[in-house]
Design a protein around this ligand. Structure first.
Ligand code: ADP
Ligand code: MG
Length: 632
């Protein structure tokens, strides 16, 4: 029984696996590894999937569909052969074909698949992807983000040293950016940003419109088939132009010979609106990662559209550095998924060893709106781009006098009003009968790497209600196992025994010191605490290294009872060498992160609290009283 990795792409899908110690891409019957994600229907013959369907896209646009992944997780329907199909069902047909290919090539039954999804996919989209795999006869234990897979493949190709990357995955329908820290044996996705409707297709469309404009054709009046031919030509010329030079577009439309030149400069102009969106995504990403361009070691370009010279040119200008373009950019994600499949098959502990992921969307609960409006607003618990696993606890108070119960409604999304976000579930709990604002509950959210959310609500009498929200239905045993695992995660690093003990030692030093030394120890405690609170693996590691270095100095100075380590030459040298100087980038990076994280946190606390009105009706959650140990 084999495990394969699948890149289920908007435009193309691929499968990869490990065989005899080597990573391989699995070819289809036509010998090609790129399998177009297209489905068609032929009267009397049935379904066509892959290249054959892509071919017919041109001639039979009415009974051929593609790019359905853009609508994954929605109820959109595509009609084929007189029946309606959802994006989930169409994806299942593609996956089923990939499974059969793999079984033919590997001569083995495929037991399981690791399927990649855009980092920006929400729970519904992820859940539908899993369903599609199930329908295709594949078990999917875990979905991984496409950029995580790309980072894994990049590491394999570029070596294992510590690096900070931005993975730029530019495919047919989507653009995904991820900020990735690689250190030791960890790949940590720190932040993601993306657009599910920005890809090579948009470039094709821009070229198509340009061609029509140049030839006085009105797009809206052209028959579908003609448009499809122009689009096809646009894509061909775009690809021909990928490595520079020019490509001349020529086509007879409605009996009229049409032509238009396509050069790099023209294409650059045509792509301008897309570049504007890209720039916004970069800003968004760097802001969320609390970083800046100078801290990035490599920009790694993956996805078919990354082959375009104009995109590379734009990125070099934007970032002031040359991007790294991996060979065959459109296969990188599948290779990463294949590596992952290999690790999984060997039964190694993937979670700790290789990848940590982020939660791509905010999870929170609905609370009363202070402005007096009837609509409830979202109070974020786990912010988007939190490193997983993440856990966060907050206290909420009642908003009605003597209200009996609080209803905690759970949502996912970035919108202000809860109604504009995705509703996930709810938990109700009784509260103490008290005037408004005096009874409270503690709400704890714990979100793990498998995309399972555990919400636990505890009232002041110590009663607890909980709910586990998962993409797939869980059996009773699974429920129990996950709940146990969640209990472990619920203890954030700052509360773990070894960390508490370490902090206690610093507190003791603080107590016995005076003056400047005391101040320094105080600052140290602040930054170590910040590091532990952040939940980011790298920050936790930095905090530990810093703590260890300082503890040994403090211990030494205590033994010799000499304050000179802080005032004299010796301590000053150490201070500079070890990178505590403000100029030092690497160490300072971590330190600054912590500081600015702190500011953010205060901001968001304030932001959350303002504009909230105590609630008058029963059965609604109240306002946030305070944040405790937000592990971000
Ligand atoms: P997805 O991940 O969305 O399935 P891919 O990574 O396979 O997509 O990329 C598909 C996109 O890449 C298409 O828009 C295609 O036109 C584009 N593409 C493929 N080869 C080239 C090339 N040589 N030059 C420019 N674009 C290309
Ligand atoms: Mg892709």
């Amino acid at each position: 029984m084999a495990i394969i990795g699948i890149d289920l792409g908007t435009t193309n899908s691929l499968a990869a696996c490990w065989r005899d110690g080597r990573l391989e891409l699995i070819p289809g019957e036509d010998g090609e590894v790129l399998f177009p994600s297209a489905v068609g229907y032929v009267e009397g013959e049935g379904f066509l999937v892959g290249a054959a369907a892509k071919e017919r896209l041109l001639t039979h646009p009415d009974d051929t569909v593609a790019s359905f992944k853009c609508f994954m997780g929605t109820a959109k329907e595509y009609s084929l052969g007189g029946r309606a199909y959802t994006p989930m069902e169409l994806s299942a047909m593609v996956l089923e074909r990939l499974r059969r290919n793999a079984e033919r090539v590997l001569q083995e039954e495929i037991e399981e698949a690791i399927v990649t999804v855009p980092a920006y996919f929400n729970d519904r989209q992820r859940s539908d992807t899993k369903k599609a795999a199930q329908v295709a006869g594949l078990k999917v234990e875990r979905l991984i983000n496409e950029p995580s897979a790309a980072a894994l493949a990049y590491r394999m190709a570029a070596g294992q040293e510590d690096r900070t990357l931005i993975v730029f995955d530019f495919g047919g329908g989507t653009l995904d950016l991820s900020y990735v820290e690689c250190f030791e044996n960890v790949i940590e996705i720190v932040a993601v940003a993306g657009d599910n409707h920005l890809g090579g297709d948009d470039i094709d469309r821009a070229i198509q419109s340009y061609f029509c404009r140049e030839n006085g054709l009105v797009e809206e009046r052209l028959p579908l088939e003609e448009l499809a031919r122009i689009r096809h030509l646009a894509e061909q010329c775009k690809c021909a132009l990928a490595s520079g030079g020019r490509a001349d577009m020529e086509l007879t439309v409605g009996g009229k010979a049409c032509r238009a030149p396509l050069t790099e400069d023209i294409l650059f102009e045509l792509c301008m609106p897309l570049f504007g969106k890209m720039k916004q995504l970069f800003l968004h990403l760097l802001e969320d990662a609390d970083s800046r361009v100078s801290r990035i070691d490599d920009l790694v370009m993956v996805g078919g559209s990354s082959r375009l010279g104009v995109v590379k040119r734009f990125l070099s200008e934007l970032l002031g550095k040359e991007p790294v373009v991996l060979d065959e950019t459109d296969r990188v994600v599948a290779l990463g998924a294949g590596i992952y499949a290999g690790i999984r098959r060997r039964g190694e502990e993937i979670r700790d060893m290789l990848l940590t992921d982020v939660c791509p969307f905010t999870l929170g609960i609905g609370i009363r709106n202070r402005s007096g409006q009837d609509k409830n607003v979202l109070s974020p618990m786990i912010e988007r781009n939190s490193t997983l696993p993440a856990s966060c606890r907050n206290r909420f108070v009642t908003t009605g006098d003597y209200q009996r119960e609080i209803l905690v409604k759970i949502y996912q999304g970035e919108e202000y009003y809860v109604d504009d976000n995705v509703y996930l579930g709810e938990v109700a709990i009784e509260v103490a009968l008290k005037p408004a604002g005096q009874a409270w509950v503690d709400v704890q959210f714990t979100y793990d790497i498998n995309g399972i959310l555990h919400v636990s609500v505890e009232n002041e009498m110590g009663e607890r209600r909980q709910i586990l929200l998962a993409n797939q239905a869980l059996s009773a045993e699974e429920l129990e196992r996950y709940t146990k695992e969640m209990e472990k995660i619920m203890l954030p690093p700052i509360e773990q025994p070894e960390n508490r003990e370490m902090l206690a030692r610093f507190l003791a030093y603080f107590e016995e010191s005076t003056g400047e030394r005391r101040e320094r120890i105080g600052a140290m405690i602040g930054s170590i605490t910040q590091g532990l609170c952040s939940g980011r693996k790298k920050a936790v590691r930095n905090a530990w290294e810093t703590a260890r270095a300082w503890l040994s100095i403090l211990e030494e100075s205590r033994e010799t009872k000499e304050e000179r380590l802080f005032d004299g030459r010796v301590s000053y040298d150490w201070y500079e060498e070890e990178g505590w100087d403000d100029e030092d980038e690497s160490r300072d990076g971590g330190k600054e992160d912590w500081d600015s994280k702190d500011e953010n946190r205060n901001d968001s606390e304030e932001g959350c609290d303002s504009g909230r009105e105590p609630e008058r009706r029963e059965r609604e959650s109240g306002q946030r009283e305070e944040d405790c140990e937000n592990r971000e």
